[in-house]
Write a protein that binds this ligand. Structure first.
Ligand code: ATP
Length: 365
């Protein structure tokens, strides 16, 4: 059931205090690995919000309880300042520029699979393991990232930025299990976290209202107000700041119109937000920047694949042309795709293999 290479040695397991990483830790320990648990303290929330946030004292306590039950060493690493800079500041900054950030990708890139991975290797560990739903196939000459067995839980969209050289040092023990199977294992192992609820989408925004969170943090820096304009050119309203809008957004525009209106584009230069009917949202392609290639040392000049432009969207067939600098990829969809959003990831798949991905810079009509 557990998907790990047939080797021995020390494994650091990143323990969030949730059920997934608890089961991953337990299965690794059961498999005979010399498992060491580490929880990252990433963010402190006001006392009353603790229970709703990640890495709260409750979560750290749960992780410690599980580690103690498994009889494995457990440490807490304080990465609050790195998290603030690389995830929270980035999150606010992207919204302030009219883009839609993806903090989970940033956290994976800079915290889990950079700082924590380096620390784990420095501690003499062969691998860093997490409870992500994704697979790394260690069976071939070079490791390959693949989608999780549980399609509904697959998290590879958030993992495209892992350095290719790091794949051989990472274990995702839950990649071959469904979420239901993980719960069953948690009960079998009598883990304290067996019935724990799923964590919320953006862990550091207690209560989930990220627009208020961003607005509060932009009070000093200032926002970019402007006009809401219909794609036909008609000015419909004024707004207080582009940070409140996301491409494809329908709710909260506050405009009465004879058909539903959606945000089509956001222009940070003058604060214009263009809205239009749903049909306006479809685009033929995109430009992705800061690409990371998992399956190629150097990508071919052009290739066919499937691309996913949002976590909850289906991959669509596309033709990718790689720029002279392989950091950039030009993507042409086989069929138009709606609401391609700068700041989100474009992740390239071939079947269940994750070829790589990049950050969406702009859409192409
Ligand atoms: N604060 C943290 N400290 C250590 N590891 C973490 C932390 N947050 C997340 N992780 C690791 O990253 C994995 C994926 O994180 P994510 O936030 O998606 O949690 P999840 O899918 O709800 O999993 P879990 O049930 O383990 O919390 C976790 O399973 C865990 O291995």
């Amino acid at each position: 059931m557990i998907e790990v290479p047939d080797v021995e040695g020390r494994v650091v397991i990143a323990m969030s205090g949730g059920v997934d990483s608890s089961v991953a830790a337990a299965l690794l320990a059961e498999e005979g690995f010399d498992a060491v648990g580490i929880s990252m303290r990433l963010y402190s929330t006001p006392q009353e919000d603790y229970s709703k946030s990640c890495c709260s004292p409750d979560d750290l306590f749960d992780a410690r309880m599980v580690a103690s039950k498994l009889g494995i060493p457990f440490y807490v690493a304080n990465y609050e300042s790195a998290f603030r800079e690389r995830v929270i500041d980035y999150f606010v900054d992207e919204y302030s520029r009219g883009r839609t950030p993806n903090p989970c990708v940033a956290c994976n890139n800079y915290l889990k699979f950079d700082i924590l991975l380096s620390r784990s290797l420095a501690l003499g560990s062969k691998f860093l393991a997490t409870g992500h739903f994704a697979r790394i196939d260690h069976s071939g000459e070079v490791p390959v990232m693949r989608r999780a067995k549980d399609e509904n839980k697959d998290q590879t969209y958030f993992l495209f930025g892992i350095p290719r050289e790091a794949l051989g040092r990472i274990l995702f023990p839950l990649g071959g299990m469904t979420k239901d199977e993980v719960r069953v294992e948690a009960r079998r192992l009598e883990l304290e976290t067996a019935e724990k609820a799923e964590s919320q989408e953006i862990c550091f925004v207690a209560g989930g209202n990220y627009k208020d969170f961003v607005a509060e943090r932009l009070k000093e820096k200032g926002t970019i107000p402007g006009k809401i304009v219909h794609s036909s050119g008609k000015v419909l309203a004024e707004h207080d700041g582009i940070h409140s809008f996301t491409i494809g957004q329908r709710k909260g525009l506050g405009i009465a119109w004879d058909e539903p209106l959606y945000v089509k584009s956001i222009h940070p230069k003058d604060g214009t937000v263009v809205v239009g009917p749903k049909s306006d949202l479809a685009v033929r392609g995109l430009v992705a920047d800061r690409c990371n290639w998992l399956s190629f040392e150097r990508p071919p000049g052009a290739f066919e694949c499937e691309v996913k432009v949002r976590y909850r969207s289906q991959p669509v067939p596309a033709f990718v042309t790689v720029g002279a600098d392989p950091d950039t990829a030009f993507v042409e969809f086989a069929e138009p795709v709606r609401a391609v959003t700068p700041g989100q990831a474009a992740v390239f798949y071939r079947g269940d293999e994750v070829l790589g991905g990049g950050w969406i810079e702009e859409s192409r009509t």
